[in-house]
Design a protein around this ligand. Sequence first.
Ligand SMILES: Cc1ncc(COP(=O)(O)O)c(C=O)c1O
Length: 456
Amino acid sequence: MSFNKEELITLDKTHVWHHLTQHKGFEPAIYVKGEGMRVTDIGGKTYLDAVSGGVWTVNVGYGRKEIVDAVAAQMMDLCYFANGIGNVPTIKFSEKLIAKMPGLSRVYLSNSGSEANEKAFKIVRQIGQLKHKGKKTGIIYRDRDYHGTTITALSACGQFERRVQYGPFTPGFHVFPDCDVYRSKFGPCADLGVKMAKQLEEVILSVGPDEIGGVIVETMTAGGGILVPPEGYYETMREICDKYGILLIFDEVVCGLGRTGKWFGYQYWNVQPDIVTMAKGVASGYAAISCTVTTEKVFQDFLADPADHDAYFRDISTFGGCTAGPTAALANMEIIEREKLLENCVTMGDYLLEGLKGLMEKHAIIGDVRGRGLFAGIEIVKDRATKEPIAEAVANAMVGAAKANGVLIGKTSRSFRELNNTLTLCPALIATKSDIEEIVGGIDKAFVDIEKKFGL
Ligand SMILES: Cc1ncc(COP(=O)(O)O)c(C=O)c1O
């Protein structure tokens, strides 16, 4: 596509309102091309993208003609019809997805992670009305987790900075403690997962089990600091939910579709969810699609005599009827299978973590390196012994320095002012050994630059 660089920058500054951006004094970056693991900016500089499109999305990499061709052909066959009516790609994609999620059976399509979670909340609320005489409509969420940007999704948000100035929020949401192993108040112990999960029970009991219908968690916390819960955590949480008749909802918006080396992150634990939501990697950003997937039991709760006007799930999402989403999602899954990207994600993820852990010997400000698959975090601290977080300005400078060295990385931002100190990495699942080495090398150099700049 031809363009005039200066004109585009001026037009961007004149008309575009960017996400999460303070525009005062803002100079836009503009990307014009993506190929495999790399993106090129308007000035012709190419970067190794270690954040899959900035927000853990482009799981199979850029420039996948196979997805584009499938979507183009489907657009000519049937681009859209409201989802009350069936269409071929939605049926085929749903079947393929459910085959990867034993114990689940129904797929509800919408457009974004926030929306997929809103559906899950509405399902919980409505089951409370249909089956529990109006009780059990409350929902518990976990500190440091994020579930989306709408007011109700923010009502379930464990990240203070995302919520501030957007209240009042939807009532009926309650919080329980995070799953941060590095900063856990329990310290290292064999039954850490059980202890951490039991904190959920305390909140259920304090609110009242009759009030609570659902618990939502990011299977592994992403923007809140790359937190992987310990062994036994979700098994214990499942037992607690069963004890009190509570639906367990896994937000797999980030972890789903291979990001951590399995189709879904929860599959690392021996746990059966009631509802799973997903978005970003579902179609790797080639089309907008999100899914709320439920068990047959949840679905059956909505079956009733048609004369009962209110008993069915009275929800619609206009663009849940776009066929581009499921077409791209189906092609995306076929690529993940054919190219064995789950296996690659495990191998390259281990290699990435090993490389990042190696950097700890050289850089004393690295407090912790953690993750699973190609989902990794580097927590930066002032002092390893006290774990005092580094100033956010230093973490921000690290992102800038890595970019200057040709590698795009992320960080926890606008989450919690005192803990916006974790660098985040989520390269596409196609990453090779040399890509990983380039990422680790770029970060290593960035640490050297920053230590010099801030005298650390
Ligand atoms: C875990 C998680 N859930 C939900 C969302 C919201 O997704 P969306 O931005 O598509 O609404 C996000 C977005 O970053 C997320 O990280």
